[in-house]
Ligand binder design. Structure first.
Ligand SMILES: *Cc1c(COP(=O)(O)O)cnc(C)c1O
Length: 408
């Protein structure tokens, strides 16, 4: 397994910072009053707001009539840091557990002190089986092979093994096809040290088919009940169904994107009034400001050509860090109180049009995603850059994360 990227966790007046020592040094400097680059370092970073996460949890609970929440933290919590987000959600009574897709990340969460239940919705490597059970990770039965693997784990390992039944009710991607799963479940239920903790499925987007899926799921559960197998914890709703389909709430809901304060689709005006709070900021220091000449171009593709002599700033972040390359199609960046156009995104750098006057200096902090203006919220950014609302998922694990109590 990969060595943990978090070297230590430190308490500060702002909250917990979980990051490597090098990045911590950067952070300590970036919060001081000085704004010279030498002192703030030259790396981009992500800030996470504890208050915003807890606000969104409250909103999700409210719209689901107080269902408990299984927080989906797969894909490194959509690029924002699975350990960091779990660390924040540990304090929420409404979050009952976390759901992940990679076996190694479940173990990483435990190694970093995460105590709530963890559901592995993906496959596990045979060599990690007993470690997952020791770490109290719930495994999923989603295929014939995963069923066999859990069976042999139960034979060789006497501790109780928690499993959840993952049914395919129509997404066609993962899970036991609901119409041929009963025999497996019966056999599983007869293994003494296997505890069937719950059952789940995932809904597709079209509403009428999602309702059909809920019926298939409920029928499968009734059939199991009739066979004497009772299952307590039922869940089926990702963010979109949790918002749109009340019958999907079952015992708990399983949102991913809503946790981070973003609706699943760019245009969902019916839900604008639920007032989710964006939970993260993506920031970077300005590392170069130059006045270039009329006719000069920026970047490999020579996409932006200067119409006049003007100031161009450089930020040390690009698509290799996971920043969306389409940002050059219209996204903006906030520096001080002004918004500036992104005119070029390369692998490790992007460029900002400052204009005729030098309003920006090396060492100034740019907010690429934030909460201050509607243009730079995750949703505002996606609209301007012509993207979708899950773009942050590409942020690299190497971006340092800082947890603050709230954004100042
Ligand atoms: C990703 C995922 C979710 C969460 O999806 P969102 O659209 O982000 O809410 C829920 N359940 C499963 C099985 C998933 O794979």
């Amino acid at each position: 397994m990969k060595k943990s990227r978090r070297n230590f966790i430190k308490n500060t007046s702002l909250g917990i910072i979980a990051m490597s020592s090098a990045n911590l040094a950067l952070y300590a400097k970036s919060t001081s009053k000085s704004n010279s680059t030498e002192e703030i370092g030259a790396l981009p970073w992500i800030e996470l707001s504890r208050k915003a996460y807890l606000k969104n949890i409250g909103i999700i609970s409210k719209i689901t009539d107080n269902r408990s929440i299984i927080a989906v933290l797969k894909n490194n919590a959509y690029g924002l840091g699975d350990i960091e987000v779990a660390t924040i959600l540990e304090n929420s009574k409404n979050v009952r557990s976390y759901a992940l897709v990679k076996d190694t990340r479940c173990i990483a969460l435990r190694k970093n002190g995460i105590k709530k239940d963890i559901l592995l919705m993906g496959d596990f490597s045979k060599s990690l089986g007993s470690q997952l059970v020791k770490n109290d990770v719930t495994l999923s039965v989603f295929s014939h092979e995963s069923f066999s693997k859990i069976k042999s784990l139960a034979k060789n390992y006497s501790k109780k093994i928690k499993v959840q039944l993952y049914f395919d009710t129509g997404l066609g991607r993962m899970g036991m096809p609901y119409y041929k799963s009963l025999r497996w479940v019966k056999e599983l239920s007869e293994i003494p040290n296997v505890f069937i903790e719950g059952a789940y499925s995932t809904l597709t987007t079209p509403k009428d088919f999602a309702i059909e899926q809920i019926n298939r799921f409920r029928n499968t559960i009734s059939k199991l009940n009739n066979m004497g197998i009772s299952i307590n914890l039922l869940h089926i709703a990702p963010s979109q169904s949790a918002l749109e389909i009340e019958q999907s709430h079952l015992d708990c809901v399983r949102p991913g994107i809503l946790l981070h304060g973003t609706l699943p689709l760019v245009n969902m005006p019916a839900y604008n009034d639920i007032q989710l709070a964006p939970t993260f900021r993506l920031r970077a220091p300005v590392i170069r400001v130059e006045k270039l000449k009329k006719g000069d171009t920026i970047g490999f593709s020579r996409f932006y050509e200067l119409k006049q002599d003007e100031w161009i700033a450089t930020l040390p972040i690009g698509w290799a860090d996971g920043y969306y390359s389409g940002a050059e199609n219209g996204a903006k960046v906030l520096i001080h109180d002004s918004l500036f156009d992104v005119v070029n995104v390369n692998a490790s750098h992007c460029n900002i049009l400052v204009g005729l006057n030098k309003k920006v200096n090396v060492g100034d902090i740019a907010t690429l995603i934030g909460t201050e203006r509607s243009e730079i919220t995750p949703e505002g950014f996606s609209k301007l850059a012509n993207g979708h609302n899950y773009l942050q998922i590409n942020y690299k694990e190497s971006l340092p994360k800082i947890i603050v109590d709230e954004f100042n």
